[in-house]
Write a protein that binds this ligand. Structure first.
Ligand code: DI6
Ligand code: FE
Length: 400
């Protein structure tokens, strides 16, 4: 297949921001060639061509941080927060994450899957071709495994690549209140081993926060992950500074996520350890936070910045990658180009998936075709979806 007559945003360092009058040759789910049409090798010009009518083509979007699988919803908590009760106070009173744990434990896998597919469809309709999905609303063996299986099942029912992350260290379940060490050692780590033995986990995450787990407990979880050969990442410095970035750096984490409260020395550690910073403006917006992540310092230190929806029922009920990009610009001061990099090449980096995130020979043919003229228009509009077509491994498939 040959896509012709498009404007290409390849995200390759060697290419300009937009290549006008471009062509892309796709072969067996992989990009064979991409560049200015005038340079197209003659041998490829005989392929079945599809006229893009001048539209903009980018890499498929990658949502590298979501909690897409969960039971119930937290609309009542949204109303409480509007009355002035804060997120941490709701969590301490047994609501928040724990209310979703109750709903997720109670829900049959079929219900979880149906609800999650609805959310996955929203992401796909705006161009997502790869999504990371975390467990962490089970906090017991059966429910954590159920969540991970549901996450994997999504990729069987949709043209969407799913990467699963084990987040057993998300919150302390009710039955362990007062004894986080016992939960960590007798549930969180053994369940991780079980899930890994069933091939259900691609990475391990934790929530290092006053209302969740401390650096010692997360350190034990990361040790266990290391012994299983699983890469780690961390919800770090979201609501307060807990030393999560430093801990993540010690374990060579793929990414540190949220990081509103990260400081200059943390940014230096991110750069040294080669970690990607994952910005989650949907949670910042929903919780009405005011402390912004250290974007200027990360730019100076050349820390790659990814952007994700953090889709979850509490702090970020967001299923729009384009709105996440808009918020990253409006709330955190990213440029539209940085926001797009954040959902393509840098999101691929955050997940350590070098086979995607750019349009380049040898990489997956995950592409978005947009009815816009310039890449900045993607982050600029609010509540408008200009996706014309989505290709996942070369298959056109924007409608589920
Ligand atoms: N940080 C978040 O933003 C989500 N989890 C986390 O550790 C929120 C999860 C929730 O409120 O349900
Ligand atoms: Fe999260």
């Amino acid at each position: 297949m040959l896509l012709t007559n498009c404007s290409l945003v390849s995200m390759r360092d060697e290419d300009p921001g937009v290549i006008r009058h471009a062509a892309i040759a796709v072969d067996g789910g992989t990009v064979r060639w991409a560049g200015a049409a005038k340079d197209l090798p003659a041998s490829l010009s005989r392929n079945n061509s599809v006229d893009m009518e001048g539209r903009l083509v980018t890499p498929g979007l990658i949502d590298c941080h979501t909690h897409l699988v969960f039971g119930g919803n937290r609309a009542a908590e949204f109303e409480q927060r509007l009355q002035g009760v804060d997120y941490a106070a709701i969590a301490r009173a047994g609501g928040g994450i724990l209310s979703t744990v109750r709903a997720t434990r109670a829900a049959p896998g079929s219900t979880l899957l149906k609800d999650a597919l609805g959310r996955a469809d929203c992401l796909m309709a705006e161009g997502v071709t790869t999504v990371e999905i975390k467990s962490g609303y089970g906090l017991d063996q059966d429910t954590e495994l159920k969540m991970l299986r549901v996450a994997r099942a999504i990729s069987e029912q949709r043209m969407l690549d799913v990467r699963t992350t084990y987040l057993g260290a998300h919150a302390l379940p009710e039955e362990f209140i007062g004894d986080p060490d016992a939960y960590t050692d007798t549930v969180c780590i053994p369940v991780m081993r079980r899930a890994a033995s069933q091939g259900l986990i691609d990475a391990v995450d934790g929530f290092c926060e006053e209302i969740a787990f401390d650096a010692d407990q997360i350190g034990r979880v990361f040790e266990a992950a290391r012994s299983l050969g699983l890469p780690v990442k961390l919800h770090a410095e979201q609501l307060s500074h807990q030393g999560g970035v430093a801990l993540a750096a010690q374990y060579g984490a793929m990414s540190v996520d949220h990081i509103e409260y990260a400081r200059e020395p943390d940014v230096a550690l991110m750069a040294q350890a080669g970690m990607t910073a994952v910005l989650l403006p949907g949670a910042f917006y929903t919780l009405g936070e005011t402390q912004r992540p250290p974007v200027a310092a990360m730019r100076r230190a050349e820390v790659p910045m990814a952007v994700a929806t953090d889709c979850n029922p509490g702090s970020s009920p967001l299923t729009s990658p384009l709105l996440a990009m808009n918020m990253a610009c409006t709330l955190f001061g990213l440029t539209p180009d940085e926001a797009l990099r954040g959902m393509t090449i840098n999101a691929a980096r955050a997940l350590r998936l070098p086979d995607r995130g750019q349009v380049a020979p040898g990489l997956r043919a995950d592409l978005c075709v947009w009815d816009v003229d310039t890449p900045a228009e993607l982050a600029y509009r609010i509540g408008f979806n200009p996706l014309h077509q989505r290709y996942c491994q070369g298959e056109p498939s924007w409608k589920p």
